[in-house]
Design a protein around this ligand. Sequence first.
Ligand SMILES: Cc1cc2nc3c(=O)[nH]c(=O)nc-3n(C[C@H](O)[C@H](O)[C@H](O)COP(=O)(O)O)c2cc1C
Length: 332
Amino acid sequence: MSNLETLMRRGTDFLGCETAIMCGAMSWVSERNLVSAISNAGGFGVIACGAMTPELLDTEIAETKKLTDKPFGVNLITMHPQLMDLIATCGKHNVGHIVLAGGLPPKGSLEAIKETGAKVICFAPATALAKKFIRSGVDALVIEGMEAGGHIGPVATSVLAQEILPIVADQVPTFVAGGIATGDMIAAYLEMGASGVQLGTRFVCAHESIAHPDFKKAFMRGNARDAVASVQIDPRLPVIPVRALKNKGTEEFTAKQREVANKLDAGEVDMGEAQLEIEHYWAGALRRAVIDGDVENGSLMAGQSVGMVKAEESVAEIIAALISEAETALAR
Ligand SMILES: Cc1cc2nc3c(=O)[nH]c(=O)nc-3n(C[C@H](O)[C@H](O)[C@H](O)COP(=O)(O)O)c2cc1C
């Protein structure tokens, strides 16, 4: 067994795949084609449920199963109003791993997942939360830093890894995400105790990704400094920052926040509704860019590692390159 295989062993045993590289769920991008390609190439694909209804998720899982007989997971957003039905849909298909994103799992959701027989993976943005999740029976953790694309926390991956891995890595398999685009970085986090890694941005331009050609072109042109975090304009309206390539859509989001803040002031919506409206805005804007190719006005969610995405390659080529770089780095 190679050094890399040994370091990934816990992660591959947990996920049931050959290499402990997860492709993080990306709304509109992580559907049947990309997910099955990742799993077929030995990695671990994850369907992004996003705002899908249980019926749509049912179809997506069934169609993914037609394209791969390898394990894959489903990412569910905790604030989805039909979370429990979505869990039941995963249960119906015997999905082995459910990733819960978007905040604390609501009461009963962890138990409901366990009852389906699936393993639960949660995002741990801080040590205290990581410990709490382990106490409540979560099977694995992802620690994701602010270099990542999409919704982000305030702390860098390197800091989270140093702070959280030594405390939790021997208790549950822990995957590191955010800003990873090379095997060198994968090797480094494995040596620090991670069981595996999760990448998103690096896989967007895969041949198998259905993202619009213009979306992919924007990624291949983009540099690290172009992938900026959204700014909160109103202290009364806390919005989770989103990292995306800057474009006209970035400015439109500022206007959207102002509009929602005004509605909040006028008592037309409460805080929960206001935040949901912001999230719906992102989902719509991301769809416009990923599916319709409107890279001017849509959201180009991308991590800082976008600067290292230079060409369209197959998923198998990307994974092979990451593995080879990681092996070389470990040998060095
Ligand atoms: C276009 C895009 C959409 C994303 N959508 C989601 C999502 O729906 N749910 C989620 O948990 N994470 C989402 N993410 C985060 C990824 O799953 C992954 O954790 C992240 O991309 C890893 O960091 P990296 O981009 O630096 O590789 C998204 C990321 C991108 C780039």
